[in-house]
Design a protein around this ligand. Structure first.
Ligand code: GAR
Length: 201
């Protein structure tokens, strides 16, 4: 049984999509062992509690990055997590954290990376005037929004869009993409060659 740890800072819709996929059997042989937020007021942590999951708040405010990361990693290891899913976790992980889970930390980002890394990617894409945007699930490495790409989904930008309608259509695709990416990683039938994830038979 695979043991997932979810890290979030806010709304938690990607977390809910993952939890729903597990409950529906779309991610076989997996469970969510712990949900951790760095913010006590994250709606996602209340949702995790309502679903009866282990839900922890480990506040980041006022702590050095690695000090906070050590607390988070200790909690993940205590819950025997073998796959860490960042789901709107608005913190850069320290290199030390990344090294604790080699090729076992995923992130979702609401753009077609390497375009528009960082905050408010949907607004960045909309303001830039791209005609196609989307979302990316990738391995986490030491750089922001940077590791090898696992799954991407394209979303057309419509003339009638504003940044909110675009973000909403991207979010629908995020929820599909995260489940796909988790299955790719858990099935383990891939190699990472340079930056390229290549599936194997
Ligand atoms: C999602 O759109 C996710 O892609 C984005 O934060 C949102 C969290 O929503 N993440 C990033 O921008 C990471 N750089 P959620 O809390 O409803 O899952």
């Amino acid at each position: 049984m695979h043991s997932l740890g979810i890290l979030l800072s806010g709304r938690g819709s990607n977390f809910v999509a993952i939890a729903n996929s597990i409950d529906a059997g779309r991610i076989p042989d997996a469970r969510i062992s712990v949900v951790i937020s760095n913010r006590a007021d994250a709606p996602g942590i209340a949702t995790a509690r309502q679903r009866g999951l282990n839900a922890l708040v480990i506040p980041s405010k006022g702590k050095a990055r690695e000090e906070h990361d050590r607390e988070v990693v200790a909690a993940l290891k205590q819950h025997k997590v073998d796959l860490v899913c960042l789901a709107g976790y608005m913190r850069l992980l320290s290199p030390w954290f990344v090294q604790q889970f080699p090729q076992r930390i995923l992130n979702i980002h609401p753009s077609l990376l390497p375009a528009f890394p960082g905050l408010e990617a949907q607004e960045q894409a909309f303001a830039y005037g791209v005609k196609i945007s989307g979302c990316t699930v990738h391995f986490v490495d030491e750089e922001l929004d940077h590791g090898a790409i696992i799954v991407q989904k394209a979303v057309a930008v419509l003339d009638t869009d504003d940044e909110h309608t675009l973000a909403a259509r991207i979010l629908e695709q995020e929820h599909i993409a995260y489940t796909e990416a988790i299955n790719v990683v858990l099935q383990g039938k891939f190699n990472v060659v340079g930056r390229r994830l290549v599936t194997t038979p």
